[in-house]
Design a protein around this ligand. Structure first.
Ligand code: BES
Ligand code: MN
Ligand code: ZN
Length: 478
């Protein structure tokens, strides 16, 4: 992992990155010829300028004298990642960021892009050292940045990368049982409580959704509850985070038609990974809040005893569901989790799930589909966080007609809606199991990527961790 370090001194002989206002090039501590070179580059609208001395690189990033917007922040992360690529190509190991601008956020954003972009998942290579990036440390030398800001960023990046690793782990390692163990490990590291229910307890609690999805599997399900409570939380009632933890989704008896649609389905626990990551970041940074994380986990398989289309199952609150398509499994396990959340009388519940292909068809991979029953200003605050951290969200309506599609003529609900807007009918299905302000985030689009884009490395993206952290932090600041 990349270490982000607070630097008291300027570390003069090291490769560097300097942030400066684009109208203040003359104030840089450089020779005249270098300054005129920088000015020429600025005229050519370069967003990154390099002064190179053999194998010591000095980068200059011009920034505008304006309030830092979401897109400007994202540009800085991406520039950080571009620099990272060049440093790795030259087998360099560290860099120091200096800043001439009066706001510490700029340096932190560049470091964030570098640390996120430098992630690698090498566990399964025989020769890991040959593959390992050289770059390992970014120093921040910036009077406006506090050591605590650096510590916070390290925790948030670390939590995002933890989520990526959990997603990248194949089902051959990450069974539901192993996933629960990983959550316990995260709890020990970051300082939150973790309680894992095994199959027996899940049966006692009559979680018929989770048990039904698990019926075709050789591996038992788990139901994990994480809790972090600050000594003096600002919220009286907890925030509850729920994450879909389908460790592999074959579709069950309604088998996914390979090749193609099944090939990336180890990512179907990305919602659960986001919840663990968010819990990790919140606890490690000791945000003054009370948060509970719930992750129901199982694989979805067509084994001998698998749930059949037209079977009727009973969720833990007594709601009966006609299972018409066993590939619509996420909503079944989430139903039990949302019912479980009721006992906490949450101030707000947010679930994250790689729930529907319809969400991807609606908005592609650049954003998550959001809907829910929380007040509009809460939905707006989440959308704002999405722009801040560049994990954008877009809100969809929850009109009753979409819910009508989920009515069964033989049970209370069915798990399959109409042909269109399947992400919304799935959301309406989930809504049935809530009695508190609630937001559903369908992350099927951005959760997993088969090619790197900027600092979002190939594979698990860890989407949701930075989003939830920013949202919860801002909700309870001042
Ligand atoms: N895990 C999938 C959704 C998904 C698809 C996530 C692509 C990531 C990428 C989910 O369990 C699923 O199979 N949904 C079905 C629901 C349908 C049968 C109602 C879908 O969207 O096709
Ligand atoms: Mn499915
Ligand atoms: Zn699924």
């Amino acid at each position: 992992m990349t270490e982000i370090k607070y630097a008291k001194s300027p570390l003069l002989n090291m490769s560097s990155i300097t942030l400066f206002y684009d109208d203040a090039a003359t104030k840089l501590d450089l020779e005249r010829a270098q300054i005129s070179f920088i000015k020429k580059e600025l005229e050519a609208t370069k967003d990154l300028i390099l002064l190179q001395e053999l194998n010591v690189l000095h980068y200059y990033i011009p920034v505008k004298r304006e309030a830092l917007t979401g897109d400007a922040s994202e540009k800085l992360r991406r520039i950080g990642n571009r620099i990272l690529g060049q440093l790795n190509a030259m087998r360099l190991t560290e860099v120091v960021i200096n800043s001439e601008v009066p706001d510490g956020a700029y340096s932190l954003l560049v470091a964030e892009g570098m640390a996120l972009g430098n992630y690698q998942f090498l566990k399964y290579f025989k020769n890991k050292t040959a593959k390992k990036n050289s770059f390992s440390r970014v120093h921040i030398h910036d009077a406006k940045v506090k050591p605590t800001d650096v510590a916070e960023l390290n925790h948030v990046v670390g939590a995002t990368l933890l989520a990526r690793t959990l997603i990248n782990e194949p089902h051959s390692y990450l069974t539901a049982t192993q996933f629960a163990k990983e959550m316990q490990k995260a709890g020990k590291e970051a300082g939150f409580n973790v309680k894992v229910m095994n199959k027996k307890e899940i049966e006692t609690k009559k979680m018929g959704g989770l048990l039904a999805v698990n019926m075709g599997s050789l591996e038992p399900p788990t139901f994990t509850v994480m809790e972090y409570r600050h000594d003096k939380p600002k919220n009286k009632k907890p925030i509850v985070l729920v994450g879909k933890g389908v460790v592999f989704d074959t579709g069950g008896l309604s088998l996914k038609p390979t090749p193609g649609s099944m090939d990336e389905m180890k990512c179907d626990m990305s919602g659960g990974a986001a919840v663990v990551g968010a819990m990790h970041a919140i606890a490690a940074n000791q945000l003054p809040v009370h948060v509970i994380g719930i992750v129901p986990a199982t694989d979805n398989r067509p084994g001998m005893n698998a749930v059949c289309p037209q079977d009727i199952i009973t969720i833990s609150d007594g709601t009966t569901v006609e299972v018409l398509n066993t590939d619509a499994e996420g909503r079944l396990i989430l139903a039990d989790a949302l019912v479980w959340a009721k006992q906490y009388k949450p101030e707000l519940c947010i679930d994250l799930a790689t729930l529907t292909g319809a969400a991807i068809r609606a908005i592609g991979t650049y954003a998550s589909a959001v809907m829910g029953t929380a007040e509009q200003q809460v939905m707006d605050a989440l959308m704002e966080s999405g722009v801040n951290v560049w994990e954008r969200t877009i809100q969809f309506p929850m009109w009753p007609e979409y819910g009508d599609e989920m009515k069964s003529d033989i049970a209370d609900l069915k798990n399959l809606g109409g042909a269109y807007a399947g992400h919304i009918s799935a959301g309406k299905f989930l809504e049935h199991f809530t009695d508190y302000p609630w937001i559903h985030i369908d992350i099927a689009g951005p959760a997993y990527s088969n090619s790197a884009s900027d600092y979002r490395t190939k594979g698990g993206v860890g989407v949701g961790v930075r989003l939830l952290y920013d949202f919860i932090k801002r909700r309870y600041s001042n």
